[in-house]
Write a protein that binds this ligand. Structure first.
Ligand code: NAD
Length: 255
């Protein structure tokens, strides 16, 4: 079977993705900072806020051979400190993805879970492009630290950066035969959403404002992620696929 890596495998969307891939017979390597309860083929503990730890983990992973697909599902909630969110949801995810791409043969695919919290990236496209031009974790962090006071919503900014980087980097990675796409979920019933509701009442998208009129189950995020990671999407590259019950459509129309 294919050798696939799922980050954030211990909870929510990542756990649902890992479970579905195992059921398909894939060899699933899970990454998380907390132990994972699922029947993974391998679990690697790593903190995505720590680039040196990511590099060590990549060395371990490389010893086991090539990786055919990467699903970036790990992320910190908006309830966490701003710089921690920016490190994990953008800088660490980018660092891991760049390293992982060196282990991936032509024909492989990377899919990241961004968010419809990052949909409004066009409003600050130039700023985000300036950030993604900072190569590497340390340079990116220096840029973010210098502008920390201007970044009001760290979660939205990190997701905007991840989406813009995905679109930008996809044109480069495809030269190696690797496709890079992301999804932007709306509100998904996971432990993260429960934490947001407890600590930031009113912050989560109100299901009543979403055309479909309800939230997503974690399992409803799996199909689009697996599709983008599969050969069925062999001509799909550089896409941000909204998996949000129609919310992005209302934003695009300015509603
Ligand atoms: P979750 O909290 O249930 O799962 C996230 C997982 O990421 C956890 O297992 C956690 O341990 C892991 N993680 C967090 N920080 C890490 C770090 N520093 N290093 C390694 N692993 C780390 O959340 P979820 O709702 O399943 O979120 C998955 C992804 O979906 C995230 O990127 C999130 O931003 C995104 N998302 C979620 C929603 C939602 O409503 N739940 C909406 C849009 C996007």
């Amino acid at each position: 079977g294919k050798r696939v890596v799922v980050t954030g495998c211990a909870s929510g969307i990542g756990a649902a993705v890992a479970k579905a891939l195992l059921a398909q017979g894939a060899h699933v390597i899970g990454l998380d900072r907390i132990a994972s309860p699922h029947g993974l083929d391998k679990f690697l503990a790593v903190d995505l806020a720590d680039p040196a730890a990511i590099d060590t983990m990549l060395t371990t992973l490389a010893a086991g051979g090539a990786v055919d697909a990467l699903f970036n599902c790990a992320g910190l909630a908006p309830t966490q400190p701003k710089l921690a969110i920016l490190k994990v949801n953008f800088l660490g995810t980018r660092h891991l993805t760049e390293g992982m791409a060196t282990l991936m043969p032509p024909g492989s695919a990377i899919v990241s879970v961004s968010s419809n919290g990052g949909l409004r990236w066009r409003a600050q496209r130039a700023l985000l492009l300036d950030l993604i031009r900072r190569d590497g974790f340390a340079e990116g962090l220096a840029w973010l630290e210098a502008r920390a006071d201007e970044i009001i919503n760290g979660y939205a900014f990190a997701k905007q950066a991840l989406t813009v980087w995905t679109l930008h980097e996809s044109a480069r990675l495809i030269e190696q035969g690797i496709r890079l796409n992301c999804t932007s979920p709306g509100a998904v019933e996971t432990p993260m959403l429960r934490e947001i509701e407890e600590k930031m009442p009113g912050a989560a998208i109100d299901a009543a404002t979403v055309p479909i009129g309800r939230r997503s189950a974690p399992e409803e995020q799996v199909g689009p992620l697996l599709f983008l990671g599969s050969q069925a999407a062999s001509y799909v590259n550089g896409v941000d696929l909204a998996v949000d019950g129609g919310y992005a459509a209302t934003v695009a129309l300015g509603e």
